[in-house]
Design a binder for this molecule. Structure first.
Ligand SMILES: Cc1cc2nc3c(=O)[nH]c(=O)nc-3n(C[C@H](O)[C@H](O)[C@H](O)COP(=O)(O)OP(=O)(O)OC[C@H]3O[C@@H](n4cnc5c(N)ncnc54)[C@H](O)[C@@H]3O)c2cc1C
Length: 429
């Protein structure tokens, strides 16, 4: 037996763009349903990038995201971020970070510039908004004072020695050490989410403090993989710093990423007791536009499928990995509604000859084209449906990995789609 759910807006996809849209909907008391998998959260560093690629020096990073976005609007006016005003992008970031702060996750950064953060590869990468433990990372990099980098026995995804070796030319006072994380003696392999959850208890924090104190020599800074808790990361950082007298910072790790999990869980908490219902990990298998307006949609489940009647739909289904797009030998397709996909004319134009070509591969710019309201358009450039919107990495004319704008793209387009929905909605009531 199917359950029936009526809503004003169905958001399909619970990655960063879908969850941001859900949060913006909740803040505006919009009756909405969000359904889908968690997308890139668990892979993401948890750093909120706005724009990190220089458009003046090929292949270089930039510390000036706004200047680059201005340049982008002249060079690539079809880029989704070039089509959204700076004021709107700023509003989107402010609203999202305010909600995260309310959930105990404080994101901050400079008004105008990116911050440079140390990565697990011993390189520096730019980002726009970051948590306190990552801000300390950037401060440590800037200070270059004696610093101990730690890793833990059985942890494969992060090596303190590797970081030291990569950075030692520019940072003389770096030392690396491997410690046994409290209460992991019997484990041959440990994982960052497990360590982070165990650090939530005071008992483990006590043992961890003793461990750090015994490892430090003349260092004032201690860097470690991102494991400082999931829900109370800021309290844990404060306590460890206050009781050790050290400056402690986190370094992002490769997936599965604790800061990404913190971000996802904070957004989920922000939706509790709001106008938005979350159907987590439910796949939408059918979306049918009804002749009288609105959509009839089906959410699959082994236990009880749900039929959702929605007045509007926001598609935030991501790209190939998330199955928002798929490709056969000839063409790229949109998976759910068969929407037209902007793409290179033929398959031999998908990729450049050189894998690391600084121009990037054209296939990465394939996606859904929209009108100014972020409504998918057909070949005639008219909206396919009056109340169908799209947001996030599904959109055409952007290469978010190369330009390091994943979060910025997701947050700004989700915000813009919500504004558009509110503008168009009066006609639906
Ligand atoms: C490896 C990796 C590292 C990243 N690192 C960073 C970083 O350091 N900084 C940064 O700013 N950004 C980073 N990002 C990008 C950031 O997470 C993006 O903003 C995000 O991945 C894009 O969000 P999205 O919601 O558009 O798509 P996705 O995250 O791909 O989410 C789309 C979701 O839609 C779901 N979906 C698809 N089809 C359906 C359907 N039919 N029914 C229901 N659900 C469906 C998918 O399951 C998926 O969960 C990273 C992403 C990845 C993958």
């Amino acid at each position: 037996m199917e359950a029936i759910h009526k809503t004003d807006l169905l958001i399909i996809g619970a990655g960063f763009s879908g969850m941001s849209a859900a949060l913006f909907a909740a803040n505006r008391n919009v009756n909405a349903v969000v359904a889908g998998g968690a997308g890139g959260f668990e892979y993401s560093s948890g750093l909120l990038d706005l724009w990190g690629l220089s458009l003046t020096q090929k292949g270089r990073i930039t510390k000036k995201p706004w200047a680059m976005l201005e340049k982008l609007s002249r060079q690539e006016p079809g880029h989704p971020l070039a089509r959204i005003q700076r004021k709107t992008i700023q509003q989107a970031f402010s609203e999202l970070t305010a909600a995260l702060k309310h959930q105990g996750l404080t994101y901050a950064g400079y008004e105008r510039k990116n911050t440079l953060v140390m990565t697990p590869f011993g390189t520096l990468r730019p980002t726009f908004r970051l948590t306190p433990a990552m801000r300390s990372n950037a401060e440590a990099v800037a200070a270059r004072e004696p610093c101990l980098i730690l890793d833990f026995k059985g942890l494969r995804e992060f090596s303190a020695v590797f970081v030291r070796e990569m950075m030692k030319k520019a940072w003389k006072g770096l030392r690396a050490e491997t410690l046994e994380f409290p209460e992991t003696r019997l484990q041959r392999e440990v994982f960052t989410p497990f360590l982070a959850r165990s650090l939530e208890t005071e008992q483990v924090q006590e043992k961890f403090l003793t461990l750090i104190r015994s490892a430090v020599k003349d260092e004032t800074w201690v860097g470690l993989p991102a494991v400082l808790g999931i829900h109370s990361s800021e309290k844990i950082l404060d306590r460890l710093q206050a009781e050790s007298g050290l400056r402690i910072f986190e370094i992002p790790t490769s997936p599965v990423s604790v800061p990404g999990i913190r971000l996802k869980e904070a957004l989920m908490r922000a939706l509790d007791n709001t106008s938005v219902t979350l159907f987590q990990n439910r796949r939408v298998t059918e979306v049918n536009a009804l002749p009288k307006g609105g959509f009839h949609c089906r959410l699959d489940s082994d236990i009880q499928p749900v039929i959702v009647h929605a007045k509007a739909v926001l598609l935030a289904t991501g790209r190939f990995l998330s199955r928002g797009l798929y490709a056969d030998r000839e063409k790229v397709h949109e998976s759910l509604l068969g929407l037209p996909v902007w793409q290179p004319e033929s398959r031999d134009q998908w990729h450049q000859q050189a894998y690391f070509d600084p121009a990037g591969h054209r296939i990465n710019r394939a996606g859904i084209e929209t009108d100014a309201f972020l409504r998918p358009v057909g070949p005639d450039k008219r909206p396919v449906h009056e109340t169908l919107f799209a947001a996030g990495t599904l959109l055409a004319h952007q290469d978010w990995i190369r330009s390091r704008c994943g979060s910025g793209l997701s947050i700004a387009t989700a915000f813009k789609a919500m504004e558009s929905y509110l503008q168009i909605r009066p006609g639906l009531c």
